[in-house]
Write a protein that binds this ligand. Sequence first.
Ligand SMILES: [Zn+2]
Ligand SMILES: [Zn+2]
Length: 116
Amino acid sequence: MLTWFVDESISTECVSGDRLVRETDITVTADTVHLAASEQNLDIVKCHFEQASWDHVTTIIEKAKTRHWTCKVCVEALETRCVCCDLCLSWLHYHCAALSAVPKKKFWFCVDCAIF
Ligand SMILES: [Zn+2]
Ligand SMILES: [Zn+2]
């Protein structure tokens, strides 16, 4: 789990107890934040973090949790073939949005927003 937040070599050092994760060590991507946000037992890696860096991580995760990580139509988890509505910023699967490929239009609106 540590490698979600820091690179492999730092993770190894921290797990072996040589050091703690500093705020500047932390690098997260959308993917790793998504993983971390769905992890129930995240606290087990807390002991490897300095207090400030742990606060930093939890803030990022809390922000991520408030975003829409599920499809607006079917409420299933998102996958790679998804489209974002440019008005309500909800994500939809292509098949739920009745699309077969990336929309060609510059802006795309979901069914709820398209009526306006
Ligand atoms: Zn869907
Ligand atoms: Zn919309």
